[in-house]
Design a protein around this ligand. Structure first.
Ligand code: G
Ligand code: G
Ligand code: MN
Length: 633
């Protein structure tokens, strides 16, 4: 044989390996992936044809057959740099943002080459084949190299122009491509019998596969379904093509609790089981794991298909999941997103998917399908509230109201609770129950908390309230504030700035705050400095007795629900009476919240409750009214 085909055989084997792996992995077929598939197929066929043509020449195939094989081979071979450039173009620009220049550069050289090659059996421009001479290149063969060169240069220029958006690996792959192709061309020019060029191209393809196509990136390894990246890719493609679809997002709010109970390993087994059952019942492998236990199914827009999917989800998740004699009942929340009816942009689809987790659902049965329109409305509202808070902080329009607190021993007000109010010119009055959690989520609560604290200190100092019978003011602290390491230092500094006795401030925290390890030390440090602490909302949540014993609380605030329940239920009354007695015996005081009637006041005073707070005495009041109120006594 005139030629050495060993490199072609190796190239063929390598292509096969890439192709098999490519076809078996889980990957969302976006346009870029499709072009990549085309590249691999072309590369493999080229290597194969290179071998076949060599054999054909050696075995002296009939001339027309030999010519035809050569034509196909040359076309495929010359399509490779074109496809490579096509692939790069899609990967950096997407499918749409192409200029006319891009299109000309992409299609003209390849068309030119193909025409030259096709005409060769007649004209002999690229190659000739005659019985005496065999296969010889024509004068036009060099033109093919020019076309290839154009694509290679264009690829490099593209990667340089999009340097900023391309990862280092991506650029390196482009340079390797240039290097290997040039080396291949050089070697083959020097030693024409060594057919190495195809092998060089295949190596480049392998690099491309490893670094640009990132095999397996779309897959969740443990569950063997698509992951969030795969989901994002699929949805982005569908939105770009304006294909209508439904997404069903399944969230399992009690999954975390179950995991804490049964352990991470077992809960993973549980999740796998759920996924398998869903796949079986949905007859699909197109399931997505978006994060943790959040799953999603993407369905075509078709009423029957949607109903079938919803039924399948309920069928799998409504009954308890039974694993090793354990019956695990999943709570589920389902979100249905309709594109493009309800949401019409990629941003809104993703917004709804992400925001879904942050929502707290009123109904615990979890079987409700929530529309994404509602979610987006809530998300938008959250954005507006956030803006309103930013605005209020900037303009200083947050207002602090004060609700006087009655002391039974004194027979009048002895303190007050500072309560934040937000009135926005557009949104109107916004309740703290709504804006405080939003402020907590993005850290703004720190600034807001400081504002309330400072405003309270200022009022105390300016009015010298302790001389008017208000011994201290209670300021609510959020969990997030308590996570701050330097909170005691900061608060002492502010009090000192106003020359306030530290005992004029009492801080209200809730039980959930106590999960912060460091808080105990902070509380002891502040207590030593004269500040007192009150435990808010006692009687709801866990109301853990150890918490009362372990931390230095001065006052335990009995939640209004506990107070109200006692008024209508004898056993609850008994519980309240003994709670008050117990707290007193432990050397702390009780404060009853939500006192609305004379009757309630009497009962609570009689059972030994030291402090009372509620509408019976006064609502939370703006400063001026508050000052009037305490003047009256
Ligand atoms: O009275 P009102 O509706 O304001 O109180 C609602 C909730 O908001 C209460 O649980 C109260 O503790 C909380 N809250 C009110 N003002 C503040 C504040 O300044 N900081 C914090 N962290 N919570 C507050
Ligand atoms: O959780 P915290 O104790 O901080 O909440 C105080 C909340 O209780 C505020 O929203 C305040 O307006 C409200 N509140 C205070 N007194 C009464 C009352 O007598 N009745 C009712 N319904 N709410 C009250
Ligand atoms: Mn409070």
């Amino acid at each position: 044989m005139k030629y050495n085909i060993d490199f072609d055989v190796a190239a063929l084997a390598l292509c096969l390996i890439i192709l098999v792996h490519f076809l078996h992995r889980k990957s969302i077929r976006v346009s870029q992936t499709r072009v990549f598939a085309g590249l691999v197929w072309t590369c493999m066929l080229t290597a194969l044809l290179d071998i076949v043509t060599v054999l054909a020449e050696t075995l002296a195939f009939p001339a027309p057959l030999y010519c035809a094989l050569n034509v196909v081979y040359l076309i495929l071979f010359n399509a490779l740099p074109f496809m490579y450039y096509f692939y790069l173009l899609i990967s950096v620009r997407g499918y749409h943002a192409w200029s006319l220049w891009d299109k000309l550069l992409l299609f003209v050289p390849v068309t030119f080459s193909v025409l030259l090659i096709l005409s060769s059996p007649l004209t002999g421009i690229v190659f000739r084949y005659t019985r005496d001479e065999g296969y010889v290149h024509g004068w036009g063969f060099g033109l093919l190299y020019i076309a290839t060169l154009i694509y290679i240069v264009a690829s490099v220029v593209l990667s340089l122009r999009h340097r900023a958006e391309m990862s280092g690996w991506k650029r390196l792959t482009v340079y390797c491509y240039v290097f290997f192709c040039s080396l291949g061309i050089l070697i083959q020019a020097l030693f024409p019998h060594l057919l190495v060029l195809q092998f060089a191209v295949t190596i480049t393809l392998l690099l491309l596969y490893m670094f640009l196509e990132s095999p397996n990136d779309d897959e969740d390894k443990q569950l063997e379904i698509y992951n969030r990246r795969g989901f994002d890719k699929l949805i982005a493609t569908k939105v770009e093509r304006q294909e209508p679809f439904h997404i069903l997002v399944i969230s399992m709010p009690n999954f975390h609790t179950l995991r804490d109970a049964v352990g991470a390993e077992f809960s993973q087994v549980m999740l796998r089981r759920i996924v398998e059952e869903l796949q079986e019942s949905l007859h699909t492998r197109e399931l997505f794991c978006l994060a943790g236990s959040k799953l999603a199914v993407v369905v075509e827009q078709n009423k029957l298909e949607l109903d079938r999917t919803l039924n399948a989800i309920h069928e799998v998740l409504r009954p308890p999941i039974v694993i090793e004699n354990m019956h695990l009942l999943m709570e589920i929340n389902l979100l249905q997103i309709d594109f493009p009816q309800e949401v019409s942009s990629l941003e809104d689809v993703m917004g709804a998917v992400d925001y879904f987790d942050l929502m707290q659902f009123e109904n615990d049965d979890g079987q409700v399908v929530h529309g994404s329109a509602d979610i987006l409305r809530m998300k938008r509202r959250e954005g507006q509230v956030l803006q309103a808070m930013k605005h209020a902080l900037l303009e200083g329009t947050f207002e602090v109201y004060y609700q006087p607190i009655y002391s039974a021993a004194k027979g009048g007000f002895n303190s007050a609770e500072a309560l934040l109010r937000l009135r926005d010119p557009e949104l109107g009055f916004i309740r703290p129950d709504e804006f405080i959690p939003i402020a907590e989520k993005n850290g703004m609560i720190l600034e807001i908390g400081e504002f309330v604290f400072r405003a309270t200190c200022q009022l105390l100092a300016q009015e010298r309230l302790w001389e008017k019978g208000i011994d201290y003011i209670e300021v609510n602290l959020s969990v997030v504030q308590c996570m701050q390491e330097n909170i005691s230092k900061k608060f002492f500094a502010i009090m000192d700035e106003y020359h306030l006795p530290h005992s004029t401030i009492s801080l209200e925290i809730t039980e959930s705050t106590l999960a912060q390890e460091a808080l105990g030390d902070t509380m002891r440090r502040m207590t030593a400095g004269g500040v007192t602490f009150a435990l808010d909302d006692y009687g709801t949540g866990y109301s853990n007795l150890t918490n009362i014993l372990r931390y230095p609380f001065h006052i335990i605030k009995l939640d209004k629900s506990m107070v109200w329940y006692a008024m209508e239920n004898d056993t609850a009354m008994l519980a309240l009476r003994h709670t008050v007695a117990m707290i007193r015996a432990l050397g702390m005081c009780t404060l009853a919240e939500g006192v609305e009637t004379e009757e309630q006041k009497k009962v609570l005073e009689e059972m030994g409750c030291e402090f009372l707070q509620g509408y019976y005495f006064s609502k939370p009041l703006p400063v001026a009214e508050f000052l009037e109120k305490i003047q009256e006594g």
